[in-house]
Design a protein around this ligand. Structure first.
Ligand code: RAM
Length: 931
């Protein structure tokens, strides 16, 4: 398939340059290891370490320098087909010694690799004095099946459509199926790799043992264009002699009733599996077992029903012991139907990590309602995933498992906000005693689990229920703490909002009959997510989905994958197509994310233009979605004019596209997009701002001013005046925010840039509605969709569109890291870092750690009396600019020494009362008198 759009060309060009440079600089036969400590943390592309089933045949290489090293002056990468060839005889690629401080995203400089290739690599660097390091440990990667033609298998499955149940809107609900195949392996096996995917979702076993812990694999992509495959190393599961492959297959997203009961991809046919097991024998011969017409299947397994929104039904009486092992009698199983692989749908390796069980939350307390036999288990944390049950039951009884995010004041379940999602599981017991179970092909958003139907002679125990927290398999990337409990709770809620909504794709909510990749939500939350978790590959993958979902006319759908299929776009939502690539580039320094998405960015700007008359936009918009105190007729879209919003985003999109063009070396395009930005900005100012800097032709909202100021759309004189009006709109709101989805992330950025940080602290720490702490005061353990989703006084928001796990307002996390703690990139990828903490809001301490592409950045401060203390860490191969809140240069000590002694040149900013100085990589203990 045509991969990565423009990225290929860009890379090939750079590769050539590097190859030439490399060969000039290669010192003959110089593979000598130096004495400096070796480079660490070798990774590929968006942070993959020793991946198998990798997706990219021309990867980019990254490494980190040991902490002591300040800068890199040169590097050398060697790549070979066998580890023993390294480092001296790399048969695939030798970059040669390249004089460069680049330690991230260095393109592979040889011809593209092929499907299944396994390659090994090492890297060595030279420091600022020209001393060489030892060679790194050997890292590797193995490619998955990159092309449809790599598959010898066929799609297989039972025709479950013919006896499917008809659900809402006459949608077919398919019974999950089991598929199996017995096979012989003739001699000792050296290695076995399983390549597998599904139209639907699957779990697999070999000889009775699970092939992986992945949940809901292969995940969710635009299935009419691309289906991702998984690669598993199953060497330890196969054996000489008899073997069995067994799979469970269910509808998942592919055959699910997506939003408001639409069947998008699965209206024809039934779920299907595609599997290919490649066995390498010890004697060097190869054998493949593929999914084909020789497999058999049954729908008579224990999972009777599975649906993402509605839940799962499991009948233990129908368990088939040994079904995925040899010697099982499958005589009454049916032959599967087969379907060839279509050339129109690319089957490619998954390009980020599948969902997994990431955490286990225990029950904290048990509630017994006054009436009825149900018992409620409270995890005291709103989460996403499935319950893990160890419950005593009586043979033949049905355990009913219900979920809710919060309770009604009378202690009963609040489930109005699940809307039509039944979100209920059932387990039918086959014997007396403890059952051990969790659902497989559904997930829920919940804090409370209600059980009924258990053995009533037993007293409910907390051990009966715990929560398996499921999200895409990434690690944490940063930490934020402060001296303020509610601020810490807010950080916690932001992280839980992230965990709850990074379920293979970025979703708006995880619990109701929606759970879709809303583009607007994604664009506001992406920066904060990058601080908190290693989600670069997650986003890069979703951007591919976004590219594939873009309409021919450049419009970008409301949600991606696009299940609405209405060819409609919204300003502020479709802008995810430009904002996210640019932000990812800023955070990582990886130009690939720009080259991959540049065409999409251009197309989106072109679409903006089609929605304008004389550069003023009339694009449809969800507006400043869910703005508090909006007028009655705003239809949730807030009071900011949609024309103002559309025009502002048009200008901003042109501006970011211009910046991307510049990075990619497309100078002419950079100029023309820049000119477009300026022209639109001018039109914007004329249309929406009067000579006094006040909004005209629409309601003067906080968000209207924020868009104009953050996107830099006003001329200097008008801008100054507009700032004053912004402050007025805030003070008229008693220093509360009045922003919805679009305005909220801009509020801290703009007030900070204006030097109004005290005001921003005030807004952040407001306890009353609307504010962040308000939801915390009402008991929130996650971010909520609305500023007033629930209040202890008034109960739930009467609207059923009321998710209690919605990350959008968590966008303030960016400011918490960047300014309260004080870690910001000054150059893409944190090559140059600003450490500028901002004491305020009565905080006596705050701090963050952030694992940047170059290594850990730390900024942690506290105040003791009149003295300010800062611990700062600037990673190797970067430089830092530190700003501290003092003007008393003489009072400053850096690692115990005065600045004069250290020869540190500093500058003072009188308006901000800060002292600023440059540092090289290292750790710094700083203290200073506060002004
Ligand atoms: C609802 C959700 C979602 C938002 C759209 C416009 O579906 O609130 O987060 O983006 O509306």
């Amino acid at each position: 398939m045509k991969k990565n759009n423009g990225a290929g060309h860009h890379r090939i060009f750079m590769v050539l340059q590097l190859a030439i440079l490399g060969s000039i600089l290669l010192l003959g036969g110089c593979t000598d290891a130096g004495s400096l400590e070796k480079p660490l943390d070798l990774s590929l592309n968006e942070g993959f370490k020793d991946p198998i089933g990798f997706y990219d045949d021309t990867p980019v290489f990254s490494w980190k320098l040991p902490q002591k090293i300040k800068v890199q002056s040169a590097y050398r990468i060697v790549v070979a087909s066998k580890p023993e060839l390294l480092p001296n005889s790399p048969d695939l690629w030798d970059s040669g010694k390249v004089v460069s401080d680049r330690s991230l995203y260095v393109p592979y400089g040889a011809k593209p690799l092929s499907s299944r290739d396994k390659v090994f690599w090492q890297v060595q660097f030279w420091d600022g004095n020209g001393s060489a390091s030892q060679w790194s440990d050997t890292a590797f990667m193995e490619l998955g099946l990159l092309r449809n033609s790599d598959w010898g298998a066929q799609w297989i499955g039972l025709d479950t459509k013919k006896d499917s149940i008809k659900g809402r809107n006459n949608i077919s609900i398919h019974t999950p199926q089991l598929l199996r195949k017995d096979f012989e392996l003739k001699t000792q096996v050296a290695e076995a790799k399983l390549y597998v995917t599904a139209k639907g979702v699957f779990t697999g076993k070999i000889n009775g043992k699970a092939i992986s812990d992945d949940v809901m694999a292969p995940g969710w992509t635009p299935y009419d264009k691309r289906i991702e495959s998984m690669t598993y190393d199953v060497t330890d599961l196969v054996q000489e002699g008899e073997n069995t492959l067994g799979f469970q297959l269910a509808s998942g997203w592919h055959f699910g009733r997506m939003l408001w009961n639409k069947m998008i991809w699965g209206s024809n046919g039934s779920p299907k599996l595609l599997a290919q097991l490649k066995v390498l024998y010890a004697d060097g011969s190869v054998e493949q077992i593929v999914s084909d017409g020789t497999w058999t299947g049954t729908t008579k397994g224990p999972i009777r029903f599975s649906e993402i929104y509605d839940g799962e039904i499991y009948d233990a009486n129908m368990e088939l012991p040994g079904w995925a092992s040899p010697k099982f009698n499958a005589d009454n199983w049916s032959k599967v139907e087969t379907m060839p692989i279509s050339p129109k749908i690319a089957i490619v390796p998954k390009r980020h990590h599948a969902v997994r069980n990431k955490l286990v939350l225990p029950t904290q307390s048990i509630i017994k309602p006054k009436e009825g036999k149900a018992v409620i288990f409270n995890l005291e944390q709103n989460m996403v995933g499935v319950p893990k049950l160890r419950v005593p039951m009586k043979k033949g009884d049905t355990l009913k498992i219900r979920f809710s995010e919060m309770l009604d004041p009378d202690g009963t379940f609040y489930t109005d906000n699940y809307r039509s999602a039944k979100s209920t599981d059932y387990y039918i017991a086959s014997k007396d005693g403890l059952i051990d179970w969790n659902p497989t092909f559904t997930f829920h958003g919940f804090q409370y689990v209600e059980l009924s139907g258990f053995d009533a002679t037993k007293t409910p125990d907390k051990d009966w229920v715990s929560g398996l927290v499921q999200y895409s398999d990434f690690d944490a990337n940063g930490t934020f703490t402060s001296s303020h409990d509610k601020l810490n709770q807010l950080q916690n809620n932001i992280v839980w909002g992230l965990r709850g909504n990074f379920f293979d794709i970025p979703t708006d909510c995880p619990q109701r009959d929606e759970r879709l990749g809303w583009t607007g939500d994604a664009q506001v939350f992406a920066p904060t997510s990058m601080f908190n978790a290693k989600v670069y590959s997650f986003w890069a993958s979703w951007l591919q989905t976004l590219r594939e979902s873009q309409f021919k006319n450049g419009g970008v759908p409301f949600v991606a994958p696009d299940v609405l299929k209405n060819d409609r776009a919204s300003s502020g939502w479709g802008d995810a197509a430009v904002i996210i690539p640019w932000d990812l580039y800023r955070r990582t320094g990886d130009t690939t994310v720009l080259s991959e998405n540049y065409q999409m960015m251009k197309n989106w700007v072109a679409y903006h233009e089609t929605q304008t008359a004389e550069l003023i936009s009339d694009m449809n918009s969800f507006g400043d979605w869910l703005q508090p105190f909006q007028s009655e007729d705003s239809r949730k879209r807030g009071d900011t004019s949609k024309n103002l919003i559309g025009t502002a985003f048009f200008a901003h999109a042109a501006n970011l596209t211009s910046k991307a063009a510049e990075v990619l070396g497309k100078t002419q395009e950079a100029t023309s997009y820049h000119n477009l930005y300026k022209e639109v900005a001018k039109a914007f100012e004329n249309e929406f701002f009067d000579a006094e800097g006040k909004i005209k032709n629409g309601t003067a909202t906080q968000t209207g001013y924020l868009l104009a100021l953050d996107f830099e759309l006003l001329s200097d004189a008008i801008e100054e005046k507009a700032k004053g009006h912004l402050i007025t709109t805030i003070s008229e709101a008693d220093n509360h925010l009045r922003t919805g989805f679009l305005g909220t992330p801009l509020l801290p950025r703009v007030l900070d840039a204006m030097g109004e940080t005290d005001l921003m602290y005030g807004i952040l720490m407001k306890e009353t509605y609307p504010s962040w702490f308000y939801s915390i005061n009402q008991g929130a353990t996650t971010m909520w969709e609305r500023w007033n989703s629930y209040s202890r006084l008034e109960g739930y928001n009467p609207e059923s569109m009321n998710s209690l796990n919605h990350y959008a307002y968590g966008a303030v996390g960016e400011w918490m890291y960047e300014r309260i703690a004080g870690i910001q990139p000054l150059e893409p990828g944190y090559k140059k870092i600003r450490i500028a903490p901002l004491p305020g809001g009565g905080l006596t301490s705050a701090g963050a750690t952030y694992d940047s592409p170059y290594g850990v950045v730390r900024s942690s401060w506290h105040i003791n009396g009149d003295t300010f203390y800062l611990e700062a860490e600037v990673p190797s191969n970067t430089t830092g600019v530190i700003s501290i809140p003092t003007r008393e240069k003489e009072s400053v000590l850096v690692n115990g020494q005065g600045m004069e002694q250290l020869n540190i040149v500093s500058s003072t900013d009188k308006t901000e009362n800060t002292l600023t100085f440059q540092v090289s990589a290292g750790t710094y203990s700083i203290q200073a008198n506060l002004d």
